[in-house]
Ligand binder design. Structure first.
Ligand code: SAM
Length: 276
């Protein structure tokens, strides 16, 4: 394939090798150099495709150092950017390379393809007209809480990447801070054990309370107000549960926020329950 020199951003499969496009294969085959996250991972892909091309690691730790060389070579060569899986730049390195390639007047083009965030959106059965991609939440508890608080009122479907071991704690925190929102956990998309579990954040937190499943995961959360309002029995049960560990005012506040119920009425009921 005769290509114009420049930067080619190539999406690769997120599990199923058959998802690699003909165009992706052709561009990889024509590459003078492939900028990769991990040469072992991309080496395996190239091997499966029957290709052998030079690779150069490009990631957060060496990006500043190797970028100028890549930009220079794009003037006369086919430079391809891939990530370990899926679409480069989506929770993966690459935006500075694209920005600086443009600034240098290089051709920048894309060979689009698999992306876990978009694939999960198509599986969840939640509104897709407006969605907000969060990538990975921070690992540390306080930063994670702050990040959730920051986005919980956004009137859009939320998309998050997560790992199996962290899933139970993340779902619990999302349920605590966001309340009864419809959600889905999409796992191992396009792989042998692909599975999508739907429910509310609370039912999903319960479902995975015993331990995180294996594999790669996307969490999708419907916009606020999409879940049906909690009925009186649910509110009463939540209040009784909260009162086991919290004083009445706090318990009423938490349940009111989580289930969208009236705080004053809940406080009165909490005091009644406490005095029984
Ligand atoms: N750039 C990639 C893309 O286009 O999806 C995402 C890279 S990010 C470093 C890796 C995360 O994507 C995983 O931790 C997981 O949350 C999600 N992911 C990747 N492949 C997946 C799959 N097959 N099923 C579910 N989630 C996946």
């Amino acid at each position: 394939m005769q290509l114009i020199p420049g930067l080619y951003i190539v999406a690769t499969p997120i599990g199923n090798l058959a998802d690699v496009s003909d165009r992706a294969k052709a561009v990889l085959a024509s590459a003078d150099l492939i900028a990769v996250e991990d040469s072992r991972v991309t080496g395996k892909l190239l091997n499966l495709l029957g290709l052998k091309r030079p690779m150069l690691p490009y990631h957060d730790h060496n990006g500043d150092r190797v970028r100028p060389g890549l930009i220079a070579r794009m003037a006369s060569e086919i430079i391809v950017l891939v990530s370990d899986a899926g679409t480069p730049l989506i929770s993966d390195p690459g935006y500075k390379l694209v920005r600086e390639a443009r600034e240098a007047g290089r051709l920048v083009t894309t060979i689009p393809g698999p992306c876990a965030a978009v694939a999960a959106l198509t599986l969840a059965g939640l509104p897709t007209d407006r969605f907000f991609f969060l990538g990975f939440l921070p690992a540390k508890d306080k930063a994670k809480r702050d990040a959730i608080d920051e986005v919980k009122a956004i009137r859009a479907t939320l998309v998050l990447y997560e790992s199996g071991p962290r899933l139970p704690a993340t779902l619990k925190l999302l349920a605590d801070l966001m309340g009864e929102r419809e959600a889905a956990v999409a796992r191992e998309i396009t792989k042998a054990f692909e599975e999508t579990v739907t429910g509310t954040l609370t039912t999903l937190a319960d479902h995975y309370a015993e331990g995180g499943p294996k594999g790669e995961i996307v969490i999708i959360i419907g916009p606020p107000g999409e879940a049906p309002p909690a009925d009186d029995d649910d509110v009463e049960a939540a209040l009784r549960k909260a009162l086991v560990t919290l004083p009445p005012a706090k318990a009423a506040g938490e349940v009111a926020r989580a289930l969208g119920a009236d705080r004053k009425a809940l406080y009165a009921r909490a005091m009644e329950l406490k005095s029984q």
